[in-house]
Design a protein around this ligand. Structure first.
Ligand SMILES: Cc1ncc(COP(=O)(O)O)c(C=O)c1O
Length: 287
């Protein structure tokens, strides 16, 4: 099953007075996150270019969601897959990865430690990496998938004023800012980031020493840094107001969307990477 065609819904319960907020619900993808799109594009691209002959092992550094999307594709296409992930990843992510057939290699040093370890394994000849941080097929999944879907489904006669994206590998914001600018030349692009010392799963700060080569932030007009605590509070607020159980990075995106609409007014489209189920063990409801 191909990813994409996720719902674009209005969230009137979260929009400040006089503004309108729409959200793209990316947990409607096959393994429950936006990263199914990049995984699909990168996997097909590697196959087309002959980089992934039948049976060749895959190796990828990921905080979880890309690995889950790739593991689904690898397993059904008979490629072994090893995932290098930070040892701080939630138990839910590890369990889902194992369920999809991946071998897990837990690494110290956060996402950057996972990237370094995966590169070592690839250099030693243990398999092929699609390397989401440097693979143009990652943003292409959004430029030619997510963004045209938003333009197709946008329900208002006037164009959206603001696009709001989480920044991680940069695939989402790079591809969507390119695709959306083509459809709406004046749209503002907002990058939502954690603080370096207060990480949020899947997200990266522009202040981090490692900046993914695939990220092109030249179309970004605004930058918002959101504390984990505020993102988590927004997860609960979104459940109360809209009945959607969003993940922590989606909480950060929605918090930034509220702030920017309060400041600038108008209409916004926010891209929500995943739902909250994978974060239950670390959430206030853990009990
Ligand atoms: C939960 C979550 N939020 C946000 C992102 C950031 O998306 P991108 O890598 O396209 O920048 C990711 C990426 O893995 C993610 O898993």
């Amino acid at each position: 099953m191909e990813p994409g065609n996720t719902p674009l819904v209005e969230m009137p319960g979260l929009a400040p007075a006089g503004t309108r907020l729409f959200a793209k619900l990316e947990w409607y993808n096959p393994t429950g996150s936006i990263k199914d799109r990049a995984a699909w594009f990168m996997f097909q691209d590697a196959k087309k270019r002959g980089l992934l002959p039948d049976g060749k092992p895959l190796i990828e550094a990921t905080s979880g969601n890309t690995g889950i999307g790739l593991a689904r594709l690898a397993t059904v296409n008979n490629h072994p897959i090893s995932i290098c992930l930070p040892n701080t990843a939630t138990p839910e992510r590890k369990q889902i990865l194992r369920a999809y057939g991946a071998e897990l290699i837990e690494v110290e040093g956060g996402p950057n430690g996972a990237i370094a370890h995966a590169n070592e394994l690839v250099e030693a000849g243990h398999g092929h990496t699609v390397y989401q941080y440097g693979n143009p097929a990652n943003p292409a999944a959004h430029e030619f998938g997510t963004a045209p879907e938003i333009a197709r489904d946008w329900p208002l006669p006037e164009p959206p004023d603001h696009l709001v994206c989480a920044y991680g590998t940069g695939g989402t914001i790079t591809g969507n800012s390119r695709g959306m600018r083509r459809a709406y030349p004046t749209i503002n692009v907002h990058s939502v980031e954690p603080f370096v010392a207060d990480p949020i799963g899947g997200m990266r700060s522009q202040d981090d020493p490692f900046q993914p080569p695939v990220a092109d932030l030249s179309l970004v007009t605004h930058r918002w840094e959101i504390e984990t605590q505020l993102a988590t509070t927004m997860v609960q607020t979104t459940m109360d107001a809209e009945g959607h159980f969003v993940g922590t990075s989606s909480g950060a995106v929605l918090h930034a969307a509220q702030l920017l609409l309060e400041k600038h007014g108008g209409t916004a489209v926010a891209i929500l990477p995943d739902a909250g189920w994978k974060y239950l063990s670390g959430a206030p409801w853990a009990g």
